[in-house]
Design a protein around this ligand. Structure first.
Ligand SMILES: Nc1ncnc2c1ncn2[C@@H]1O[C@H](COP(=O)(O)OP(=O)(O)OP(=O)(O)O)[C@@H](O)[C@H]1O
Ligand SMILES: [Mg+2]
Length: 257
């Protein structure tokens, strides 16, 4: 029986190494960007009432990359829609830099799974759109849009239309379009879900590259554990830290008819 390792002799998975504890301490000493307290959301009423989110609590800090992972139907999109101000919560608090989130605002950028570029606008004009809405002049918006496109290596496609781009290129444009408005936080709901495996890997690397270069906090929703671990274990310097919140948002079994 000596060849078997007894579970009693293994360190608990809840025990963190000193290095990991130090990393979390550094992260938690930073400014809190998003504070979610006792958040609950139900759909329907009476006996048909269904729990989408029950007492969710978490915080994200400045320049943090937080991944939220969970299986289909566990409430990920509901969570991100509430964070974006697109869905009302039933109870709890959602605070962005201490201010209650009640409606959509340019301090939160969003990237969804589906391609959400305006098909009738060129790539450059898609990126300029939010800048112009937020009061930047056409010339300045154009200059900024080109800089963003350079960051993702798509400046040559500035005058192309979305239908002339591949799926990965479209999502890169969607990311910088959201970032161009300089939001405090970028909310991403399975943004690479529709891409093939290789493109997805490239996009993950691109996203990390962008995140390391600018002052942005990211909440990234995925059902893919590998993706979450890869992205959320990438904080390798003092500036940009990340960690994974592997969340079981609600008991999925409750939601199965
Ligand atoms: N508008 C709605 N009305 C009623 N029920 C809803 C509504 N939106 C979501 N739900 C229910 O809430 C639960 C959580 O849905 P949600 O879309 O947040 O899951 P998810 O984790 O994003 O799933 P997926 O990985 O498939 O995208 C599901 O059971 C869903 O049916
Ligand atoms: Mg979803």
């Amino acid at each position: 029986m000596d060849q078997f390792i007894s579970p009693a002799t293994l360190p608990s998975y809840l025990e963190q190494a000193a290095e990991v504890r130090a990393r979390f301490a550094r992260l938690k000493a930073r400014e809190v960007i998003l504070d979610v307290q006792h958040l609950s959301k139900y759909f329907g009423a009476g006996p048909r009432r269904m729990t989408a989110l029950e007492d969710i609590n978490f915080r994200t800090h400045r320049r943090e990359f937080l991944c939220v992972v969970g299986p289909s139907g566990c409430g990920k999109t509901t969570l991100v829609r509430i964070l974006a101000g697109l869905e009302e919560k039933d109870s709890g608090h959602v605070l962005l830099q201490g201010k209650a989130v009640t409606e959509p605002s340019s301090d939160r950028g969003m990237v969804f799974q589906g391609y959400t570029l305006f098909p009738w606008l060129t790539v450059k004009k898609n990126v300029m759109f939010g800048l112009e809405v937020n009061g930047h002049g056409r010339h300045e918006a154009g200059q900024q849009a080109l800089q963003w496109l350079q960051l993702i290596g798509l400046e040559k496609f500035a005058d192309a239309y979305p239908h002339q781009l591949s799926g990965g290129m479209k999502q890169r444009v969607a990311i910088v379009r959201a970032l161009a408005n300089q939001p405090r936080i970028l909310l991403m709901d399975e943004p690479f879900g529709a891409l093939d495996a290789q493109t997805r890997c490239r996009m993950q690397a691109h996203l990390l590259e962008i995140w390391r270069k600018i002052d942005i906090t990211i909440v990234f929703i995925t059902h893919d554990l590998d993706e979450a671990i890869f992205l959320a274990d990438s904080g390798d310097d003092d500036e940009a830290e990340s960690y994974a919140m592997v969340a079981r948002l609600t008991d999925v079994a409750d939601n199965v008819e």
